[in-house]
Design a protein around this ligand. Structure first.
Ligand SMILES: CSCC[C@H](NC=O)C(=O)N[C@@H](C)C(=O)N[C@@H](CO)C(=O)O
Length: 678
C-alpha cells in the first residue's frame, strides 16, 4: 500500500520532477526536483542529475547536485558544460549589506563548489545562453529612473528608508497571478562567460533601458554566436490592452528590430534554430467576439528574409511545448490531442507531421539530443507523475524508454480508464475516469465529477495540486471530462462554447456524468462535483442548474462575470470573447453564475486564496455573500496568504482534509467534523 494516498503528510513529502535540461554535448541531464523543506512548512527545489541511459543500458541512479535553504531552479549550460542555475542562497563572498536576491550561480562541469557569477539589485530572472559563444542573457527588474547599478541600489534604499511601497500605474497589468507589478520592471542584460575558473560573468550590460513594461513575462533566445537576442516585446494597443511582438536585439549595440508583428496576433516563446537561420515561435489569436475562438499555431520565421509562415496550416494542434531538432531541419512539439499530449516531429521543409508517441502520456520538457537520435522529455499522465524518458526522434515504436527518476515512484490506488459519450448536439465527449480499487457492481463507487479549468486546456495529465487518486483512495470514482472549450479536439470543440461558457459546457459535462452514472460500478445516488478556477466557474454554474449532486466544491471560482472582468489581472484576454459588461452585456447575462444564485440548493464548499490575482478573492467573497443570502448550506475555506493554487504543504493538506470532511458529511451522511486545525 502506498501510504501517500492515505496519509496527507506522506503525500506532500513526495518528490516532484519539475523540468528537464540537457547539456550541449548531450551527456548530462539535469532536473529541478521539489520536495518538502526540513521544517515541513514549504516546498524546496534542488537540482538533480539524471543518467541519459536507462537502467537497462547501465544508467546510474540520479544524484543530487545542489542543496541550499533557498533552493535552486532554472538550469542552463555554458559551452564548456558548466551548469548555470538561479538561486536566492546567500553568497559567502558578498558584502553584508547585499541582501540575497535570486542570482546566477555556476557549478563547474567537473564538479566542485558552486559560485555566484552574476547578481543584480533587482535579482536575476529567466536566462538563456548562446550555444557557441557562451554569452548569457537574463532579465532583471529595474526601477524606471535607474541608469546603473549604483543608482538602482540608491533608489531601492531610498524607497525602503522612506517606507514607500506605493506604485503609480499608467497601464495594465497592475498584478499578475499573485505578484504585484512594478515599480521595477524587467530589462534584458547580457554578460560574457567567465574568463577563468574562478571568475564571475562579465559585467552585465543593460540591452533594453527603454523597455518599460515591454518585457513583462518575456522569454528570450540567443543566436548561437550570441550576436542577437530574440525576445517577446509587449506593445500597448490602447485601453490597457497589448499585443506581443517578437523583436531581435543586437547584443553589441542594443539596436532593436521587429521580426514578428501583426495587430491580430500575438507572437511568443522564441527559439532560434541551432544553425541560427530560423526562429521558432507560437502565434496565437485571442479570438473575436463575433468571430472565431482562440487559436494557436507554430510559426517559423526565416531570419534571412524575415518571412514568417504557419508550420501547421492543415492542423489544429496547439503547441504546448516546442524544441528544435539538432540539425535545424525539424521541430518537435508536444500538443494536446484527444486527452493526451503526444510528441510530434514537424519537417520544416515539407511540413510533414509525424507522431512520435502512441501512449496516453503528456510530454513536456523537450530536449532533443545533439546527435539527432533522441528527444529527452518528461512524461506524465493521470496515472503517472512527471518522470524523465528517452524517445526516438523519428518513427520509433512510439513507446517511451524510462530513465531513472529522482521523483517519487508511485502505484495508483485504483485504475484509469477512458469513457466516451455523445452530447446533445452529437459531439463526441471523452473523459478520463479514475476508479478506486474496490469499484464493482457489488460495491459501486460514489462519483466525483471534476471539471478542469482554463478553459482552453485538456484534462490530460498529472496534477500534484489537485490529485484525483487521493479521492480514489477514499473510495471515490473521479470523472475528468474534456467538454466544450477543451483543447485537443480541433477548433470546432473550442468554438462550440465560445461566448457560451455556461449552457454548452454544462450540457457536455452532464452528458458525461449521465453516461458514467449508468455504469454498474458507479453509485449514482452518491455523487458530488468540484472544480477550480474556470472549473470553479462550472461548479457555480452547475449549482444553479441542477440539484443532482449531494455536494459541490467551488475553488478559486468565477461568480459574477461582470466583477471578474474588472478585477482579474488582465481583463483584455477575456474581453475578446465577452466584450465588456457595459458595451456588450449579453454574454455576461447569458453566462454569469451569480444570476442563478436563487436556484442553488446543493450544499457548497467555497475555497479561495486571498492572494489570487487571476480570479480575485472578491469573486469568492461575493459568492459567499450570495450563498448566505439564499440560505444555502455552505462553508467558506479561506486562505489569507495563499494564491490561486494553495501551494504550501500545510494548507494543501487542510484543503484536502476539508474536502474529505465536507464529502463525508454531505455524500455519506456522516457527522460534520471540522478539521482539527481549523
Ligand atoms: C483566457 S485563456 C487563459 C486561461 C488563463 N490562463 C491559464 O490558465 C486562466 O488563468 N484561466 C483560469 C481562469 C483557470 O481556469 N486556470 C486553470 C488552468 O490554468 C487553473 O487550474 O488554475
Amino acid at each position: 500500500m502506498v501510504r501517500s494516498w492515505y496519509e496527507l503528510p506522506e503525500y506532500v513529502r513526495l518528490r516532484r520532477v519539475n523540468g528537464l535540461r540537457l547539456s550541449p554535448d548531450g551527456t548530462r541531464l539535469v532536473a529541478p526536483v521539489s520536495g518538502l523543506a526540513p521544517d515541513d512548512k514549504s516546498f524546496r527545489s534542488a537540482l538533480w542529475e539524471i543518467d541519459v541511459n536507462p537502467e537497462s543500458e547501465g544508467g546510474h541512479a540520479p544524484r543530487r547536485l545542489t542543496r541550499s535553504a533557498a533552493g535552486e531552479s532554472g538550469v542552463g549550460f555554458l559551452p564548456d558544460g558548466s551548469m548555470l542555475f538561479t538561486t536566492g542562497r546567500p553568497d559567502p563572498e558578498a558584502k553584508a549589506e547585499d541582501k540575497a536576491k535570486a542570482a546566477l550561480w555556476l557549478l563547474p562541469a567537473d564538479g566542485g563548489e558552486a559560485r555566484q557569477v552574476a547578481s543584480r539589485p533587482g535579482g536575476v530572472g529567466p536566462f538563456t545562453v548562446a550555444r557557441d559563444s557562451g554569452l548569457v542573457a537574463f532579465t532583471s527588474d529595474v526601477l524606471p529612473r535607474s541608469e546603473d547599478d549604483e543608482e538602482e541600489k540608491e533608489a531601492r534604499k531610498a524607497r525602503a528608508e522612506a517606507g514607500v511601497t506605493a506604485i503609480l500605474h499608467e497601464d495594465l497589468p497592475v498584478r499578475a497571478w499573485d505578484s504585484d507589478i512594478g515599480p521595477d520592471h524587467p530589462r534584458y542584460f547580457v554578460a560574457a562567460p567567465p574568463a577563468d575558473d574562478d571568475a564571475r560573468l562579465g559585467d552585465p550590460r543593460d540591452l533594453t533601458p527603454d523597455a518599460g513594461m515591454a518585457l513583462l513575462g518575456a522569454g528570450g533566445s540567443l543566436s548561437p554566436d550570441g550576436t542577437t537576442l530574440y525576445t517577446e516585446w509587449r506593445v500597448p494597443v490602447g485601453k490597457g490592452a497589448h499585443r506581443t511582438d517578437v523583436v531581435a536585439v543586437d547584443t553589441a549595440t542594443g539596436e532593436r528590430r521587429t521580426l514578428a508583428t501583426d495587430p491580430a496576433y500575438d507572437f511568443g516563446r522564441p527559439q532560434v534554430s541551432p544553425d541560427g537561420g530560423h526562429l521558432l515561435l507560437v502565434r496565437s489569436h485571442e479570438g473575436e467576439y463575433d468571430g472565431g475562438p482562440r487559436d494557436e499555431t507554430v510559426w517559423l520565421v526565416d531570419l534571412a528574409t524575415g518571412e514568417g509562415r504557419d508550420l501547421l496550416p492543415e492542423h489544429e494542434l496547439w503547441p504546448r511545448e516546442l524544441a528544435w531538432a539538432a540539425d535545424s531541419d525539424a521541430v518537435f512539439i508536444a500538443a494536446d490531442e484527444n486527452g493526451r499530449r503526444p510528441l510530434f516531429r514537424i519537417d520544416t521543409a515539407t511540413g510533414a507531421v509525424t507522431r512520435l508517441t502512441g501512449d496516453h502520456g503528456a510530454y513536456s520538457g523537450l530536449n532533443p539530443s545533439p546527435d539527432g537520435r533522441y528527444v529527452y522529455a518528461l512524461r506524465d499522465a493521470w496515472d503517472a507523475p512527471p518522470a524523465p524518458v528517452r524517445l526516438a526522434s523519428d518513427t520509433g515504436d512510439g513507446q517511451p524508454v524510462y530513465l531513472r527518476t529522482p521523483g517519487s515512484e508511485l502505484t495508483m490506488p485504483g485504475t484509469l480508464t477512458e469513457v466516451e459519450t455523445t452530447a446533445d448536439d452529437g459531439t463526441r465527449i471523452r473523459s478520463w475516469l479514475v476508479l478506486p480499487e474496490e469499484a464493482s457492481a457489488e460495491s459501486p463507487a460514489p462519483l466525483m465529477l471534476w471539471v478542469h479549468g482554463g478553459p482552453y486546456m485538456s484534462f490530460n495529465g498529472w496534477s500534484w495540486r489537485w490529485n484525483p487518486w487521493l479521492l480514489a483512495a477514499r473510495g471515490y470514482a473521479v470523472l475528468l471530462p474534456d467538454p466544450a472549450l477543451s483543447t485537443g479536439y480541433g477548433q470546432e470543440m473550442v468554438g462550440r462554447a465560445w461566448g457560451k461558457w455556461g449552457p454548452r459546457t454544462y450540457a457536455d459535462v452532464m452528458s458525461a456524468t449521465d453516461a458514467v452514472e449508468a455504469r454498474d460500478d458507479i453509485d449514482a445516488e452518491h455523487t458530488a462535483m468540484m472544480g477550480g478556477s474556470f472549473g470553479g466557474y462550472m461548479a457555480n454554474w452547475i449549482a444553479g442548474h441542477t440539484d443532482r449532486f449531494k455536494a459541490i466544491i467551488s475553488h478559486a471560482s468565477l461568480w459574477g462575470l461582470d466583477g471578474f472582468n474588472g478585477t482579474t489581472d488582465y481583463p483584455p484576454v477575456w474581453e475578446q470573447e465577452f466584450g465588456t459588461p457595459l458595451d456588450r452585456p449579453e454574454r455576461y447575462i447569458l453566462n454569469s453564475p451569480h444570476l442563478h444564485a436563487a436556484e442553488i440548493r446543493t450544499p457548497m464548499l467555497v475555497i479561495h486564496g486571498d492572494k489570487d490575482y487571476r480570479v480575485p478573492i472578491s469573486e469568492g467573497l461575493r459568492l459567499w455573500r450570495d450563498l448566505l443570502l439564499h440560505e444555502v448550506d455552505a462553508k467558506f475555506l479561506y486562505f489569507p496568504d495563499e494564491n490561486h493554487w494553495i501551494l504550501t504543504p500545510g494548507n494543501a493538506q487542510i484543503w484536502y482534509e476539508t474536502i474529505y470532511a465536507f464529502l463525508d458529511h454531505h455524500v455519506h451522511g456522516k457527522e460534520w467534523v471540522k478539521p482539527e486545525l481549523l
